[in-house]
Design a protein around this ligand. Structure first.
Ligand SMILES: [Zn+2]
Length: 408
């Protein structure tokens, strides 16, 4: 005879949906010409009918542990949660299907925090509320556990999206680069030029740090270098997009709603996907460039690709004057420059079919803290090609020629 309790359990199990459910949700996507537009999509792999609680992603608000309700009363929060869930699912699909990443396949569900203002703490997960709140940024955090005596539970990989906060243009430090027009636009333009004037570039950096990470200047260095948004390499594009959606960049204020920018969502997920080898403890030009590369590949957006190509070849009419290597690109200050991204994108133009897996394999020859562009990244790519390209000798020659054109 089957015990009554067991019968009840079976009845309950039959009543509950056994497979993952889906939910119709409004999300922000890139439309034609890179314009952001709203679209109804089906969110897949939800484990709940009530909340943004999925097989792979749990979207929570701030320090909450319970995921956001699918029908939360705040439409903006709902839109953000849907947008983040949708684009993270696309990013995961790219890593699992296109790149066959066993590491990404094996990841436990990621906790995604929206509107998270607390500073990260590797000793306690996040700092208490009194510490300077953070805005206009996104970051990926490594798994960890609280230091003895601190209390709280261990945590896994997470992605945090800071709330946007309007900063008055007049409060941004002056750069002396441009006396009129949109100052951020001038900074971004300056950033994508080869760096010659170190005084000007230092000013650009201070400004950008304030813009993306206002607390940087008062927090300890350890926090400062932890995975910052990094997508300034795509910043010029975001700015281009902003021409169509002025609510992101107004004339008088600047702010960045990172949870609403697909490329930033892909970038942060790519940091985590790369973290089997490249740990999330530092932000370096090589790491940011790799995350930008995969973010761009995931987006599949021809506008971004052509922008990078244009940048890579610089502006002159003959189109044969690529931005060349400058030792300054190795410094932390330029971890947001487009240089690594454009170098990697040339590899993709050379080998459209194989570049993604070649570049992913090259990560195994890199380390988070020690790898530079000139020696380590270039060598990693050439060595990976030696062992894995279809025509190792000829392909390596083509790679070397491309790197020479970039000034290596
Ligand atoms: Zn980054």
């Amino acid at each position: 005879m089957i015990p009554f309790r067991l019968l009840m359990m079976i009845a309950q199990a039959l009543a509950e949906p056994t497979s993952a459910s889906s939910h119709q949700s409004l999300v922000l996507v890139r439309g034609e010409g890179f314009r952001p537009e709203l679209k109804e999509v089906e969110l897949q792999d939800l484990s709940s009918d009530l909340r943004f609680d999925g097989k792979y992603f749990k979207i929570v608000k701030g320090v909450d542990e319970v995921p956001i309700l699918l029908n939360d009363s705040d439409p903006e929060l709902r839109l953000k949660a849907g947008t983040v869930y949708y684009h993270l699912s696309l990013a995961r699909q790219f890593w699992v299907q296109h790149l066959s990443s066993e590491f990404v396949k094996s990841l436990p569900p990621l906790v995604i925090r929206l509107e998270m203002t607390r500073a990260f703490s590797d000793l306690a997960h996040y700092q208490h509320e009194g510490v300077t709140p953070e805005y206009n940024n996104a970051l990926s955090i490594p798994p960890g556990e609280p230091m003895e005596g601190v209390g709280g539970d261990p945590w896994g990989n997470e992605i945090w999206f800071r709330p946007k906060k309007q900063i008055f243009t007049r409060d941004l430090p002056g750069s002396g680069l441009s006396s009129s027009g949109n100052p951020i636009s001038a900074y971004l333009q300056a950033l994508t030029r080869p760096i010659k004037d170190s005084v000007a570039s230092r000013l650009i950096q201070i400004t950008l740090q304030q813009w993306f990470h206002p607390a940087t200047l008062v927090t300890p260095y350890r926090n400062q270098v932890l995975q910052q948004v990094g997508t300034l390499a795509l910043g010029s594009l975001i700015l281009k997009g902003s021409r169509y959606l002025d609510s992101w960049f107004l004339e008088k204020y600047y702010y960045l709603d990172t949870a609403m920018i697909p490329e930033i969502i892909y970038h942060e997920f790519s940091h985590i996907a790369l973290s089997d080898q490249l740990k999330l403890t530092l932000s370096t030009p090589v790491l940011e460039g790799l995350a930008d590369y995969f973010a761009t590949a995931i987006s599949g957006n021809p506008e971004i690709a052509s922008n990078i190509r244009q940048y890579s070849l610089s502006m002159p009419k003959d189109g044969r004057n690529p931005i060349r290597y400058d030792p300054a690109f190795e410094t932390l200050y330029y971890s947001n420059s487009d240089f690594v991204l454009s170098t990697l994108w040339r590899v993709r133009d050379l080998f459209p079919e194989h570049a993604d897996s070649l570049i992913l394999k090259a990560r195994l020859r890199l380390s988070t803290a020690r790898s530079d562009i000139r020696h380590d990244l270039i060598r990693a790519l050439l060595e990976t090609c030696r062992d894995g390209c279809q025509a190792p000798r000829a392909d390596r020659l083509r790679l070397m020629q491309s790197f020479e054109e970039k000034g290596f």
